[in-house]
Design a protein around this ligand. Structure first.
Ligand code: F6R
Length: 649
């Protein structure tokens, strides 16, 4: 629970945090959490930005309170994708609201080993790039475990690190992310409650999650130096941040499960002043969010009714129309039956509601103007290949807008293969060798000396882009679209040549808006996943949302927005607005279109941490899985289905 006394002790304005929180979440949220069996105080907010703002403002209040009391502030900091927004907000507070870091001392949680401080992979460099260089913190007050000391010096370095924390007065506020293994810092499963700063061996799941940053799992260091669990628990206040649906299961485990050596984050349950700050996606598996009727009386909206009955049907493994009074009573759902008069009435209502979601071709847009926004060149066919085929049949005027080039996801060996092909054409006299030889020479020279993670030279970036563009065109042609339907937007936010992207800016929004104005679509399709590993889908959606908001503000017509998923997860049937059946042939054609993305086949450079399957295999399983789910619920038996959510304006 909130500890106002602790807030006051730390000099925070508790009122400010409460105001921030209640702006995004009802005041009863925390009590509800306790009733739901949450063992760590948990604050659930709407999105990534809300988490960032809340935590940054908490830190700012702490620093200002300490400054006023004439004492320094010691921060424990984390790296990774989750705290980036916090650092962005802290930099903004420094620039615009005079927040000073002159009296702040910082200790980072961890560093890869071995690792030179200036490597593009170093957490040391990450912290300077994202925070320290932009604020007035003194360099000598910044501490990151040193990944460059010789192996026999690690123990002494770690002991000195612990001493430095104590000498600084201990950590006032510790930021944590959470890994897919439940690690905090790099305390992998098996790390004990009394562990201190030390060298550790990284878990395979952690290395796979980091593979994208290192351009391949093999390049990810096998070891790291991390603060221990005991070091972390000694902090006076701890904030664990979690965003994205891919964190949902581990957040639930950390917050609701028992303390367990196998899940380091569960040790936070023993800390008197630890808080989990989660966005809606990361909190989605918590009992109070997933099944609120088990926690407290709920207002039965139509959507919640469908969710509860689908859950009950799964739970008791019985089709919806066969659910009994006893099933409802034994699972905390008597109030639903009472509201509708009988189990049969609720069953019928939900059965019909699900049935009404099914939309075959005749109920899909026809003769309309449509844009499919695809964050990368392949999300279109992976996520809505079946829909695209049907939209073509329905004679819609379709543009597929590829928002980024996706060029960082092309292997170097593919570039070599295409350049070799060009050289062969030149040797056969089919293209002018004078054009090919200098390019080939430059590309080979670069690739021969390239180290893992080096940013590609412009020529290589462009070749990779063109490889993906050609694949994208082949993909949509498989579904009956002409090459001219493809537009390549090349949004600037992506053009860093690195895995990490820039924030969405006005130029990105302007490009999206220009296309919307040019095409005036009645419908647009947008990636709605909340868990793609690099956040590119989330950022692509941010650019589209901003462009739509501008149109709305200018009184211009805005299209209906259909959100698709598929690359990383699928919409559950209860959440979907529309379920679109696919025949065996349609699914086969969709998979053929996915095959056209050859640079992503066999072994995708960025497969995500926990799923070994290729994208086409995930698609096949998800689309047939959705159909099977409907069948299990007792509706009609389809071969496969895609799911869509119509976004609320
Ligand atoms: C980083 C760290 C790790 C990360 C965790 C989550 O300093 O100690 O525990 O916080 O792996 O990483 P992201 O935020 O990238 O999902």
């Amino acid at each position: 629970m909130a500890d106002p006394a602790a807030d006051a002790r730390n000099g925070a304005t508790a009122g400010e945090e409460a105001r921030d929180r209640s702006a995004v979440r009802g005041p009863l949220a925390l009590e509800r959490g306790e009733r739901a069996g949450e063992r760590i105080r948990t604050v659930v907010v709407d999105d990534h930005d809300d988490v960032a703002r809340l935590v940054a403002h908490r830190i700012a209040a702490l620093i200002r309170g300490h400054d006023a009391a004439g004492r320094p502030t010691v921060l424990g900091l984390a790296t990774g994708s989750t705290p980036l927004g916090v650092y962005r907000e802290l930099v903004r507070l420094h620039r615009e609201e005079a927040l000073s870091f002159a009296n702040v001392t910082a200790f980072n949680l961890d560093e890869y080993y071995p690792m030179a401080a200036d490597s593009i992979h170093a957490y040391h460099r990450f912290m300077w790039e994202h925070l320290f260089s932009h604020v007035d913190i003194a360099a000598e007050r910044v501490h990151v475990p040193d990944g460059s000391v010789p192996e026999d010096g690690v123990e002494a370095m770690a002991a000195a690190y612990e001493r430095a924390i104590v000498d600084a007065g201990g950590i006032d506020f510790q930021i944590l992310g959470i890994g897919m293994t439940g690690h905090i810092g790099f305390n992998e499963p098996g790390s004990g409650a009394d562990s201190r700063t030390r060298m550790v061996i990284l878990d395979r799941v952690t290395r796979r999650a980091a593979a994208a940053d290192f351009f391949g799992e093999d390049n990810v260091p096998r070891r790291a130096v991390t603060m221990g669990i005991a070091t972390i628990l000694a902090a006076r206040e701890i904030a664990l941040l979690a965003t994205g649906e891919h964190k949902a299961a581990i957040v639930r485990r950390a917050v609701e499960g028992p303390v367990d050596l196998e899940v380091a984050a569960t040790f936070l349950q023993r800390h008197p002043n630890a808080t989990v700050y989660a966005d809606r996606a990361a909190a989605s598996a918590l009992t109070r969010v997933a099944t609120p009727w088990l926690v407290e009386p709920v207002q039965w909206t139509p959507a919640l009714t469908v969710r509860a009955v689908v859950w009950l049907s799964r739970r008791v493994s019985r089709a919806i129309l066969k659910l009994t009074q006893q099933d409802y009573a034994e699972h905390g759902l008597s109030s639903l039956v009472a509201l509708h008069g009988s189990p049969g009435a609720v069953n019928g209502l939900v059965f019909n509601a699900l049935g009404a979601k099914i939309r075959g071709r005749s109920k899909l847009p026809a003769g309309q103007r449509v844009i499919c926004f695809s964050p990368h060149p392949d999300d279109d066919v992976i996520s809505m290949g079946g829909m695209l085929g049907k939209l073509v049949e329905n004679r819609n005027a379709i543009v597929v807008a590829y928002m980024t080039s996706g060029n960082i996801a092309v292997f170097d060996h593919d570039v070599r293969r295409y350049v070799d092909f060009l050289e062969r054409l030149a040797r056969e006299g089919m293209v002018d060798p004078a054009h090919i030889a200098p390019l080939a020479g430059k590309v080979y020279r670069f690739l021969d000396t390239k180290r893992p993670g080096d940013v590609d030279i412009p020529e290589v970036q462009e070749i990779k882009r063109l490889i993906r563009e050609a694949e994208a065109v082949a993909g949509i042609e498989t579904l009956g679209l002409p090459p001219s339907a493809a537009r390549f937007l090349r949004l600037p936010f992506y053009q860093t040549g690195m895995v990490r992207k820039n924030p969405i800016g006005p130029e990105d929004v302007a490009i999206v808006r220009a296309l919307l104005e040019e095409w005036s679509p009645g419908y647009i399709f947008v990636a709605g996943d909340l868990s793609d590993p690099h956040g590119t889908h989330r950022m692509a959606k941010e650019a589209i949302d901003a462009a739509l908001a501008e149109l709305r503000a200018a009184g211009r017509p805005v299209p209906e927005v259909w959100l698709y998923r598929g690359a990383w997860q699928e919409w559950p049937v209860d959440e979907a607005t529309w379920l679109v059946p696919l025949s065996q042939e349609e699914l086969r054609r969709k998979i053929q279109a996915i095959f056209k993305h050859q640079s992503q086949k066999d072994s995708a450079p960025f497969p995500g941490p926990t799923d070994d399957r290729e994208f086409w295999q995930r698609v096949e399983a998800r689309n047939t899985g959705t159909a099977d789910e409907l069948n299990r619920l007792g509706l009609a038996e389809y071969f496969a289905m895609e799911a869509y959510v119509v976004a609320q304006a």
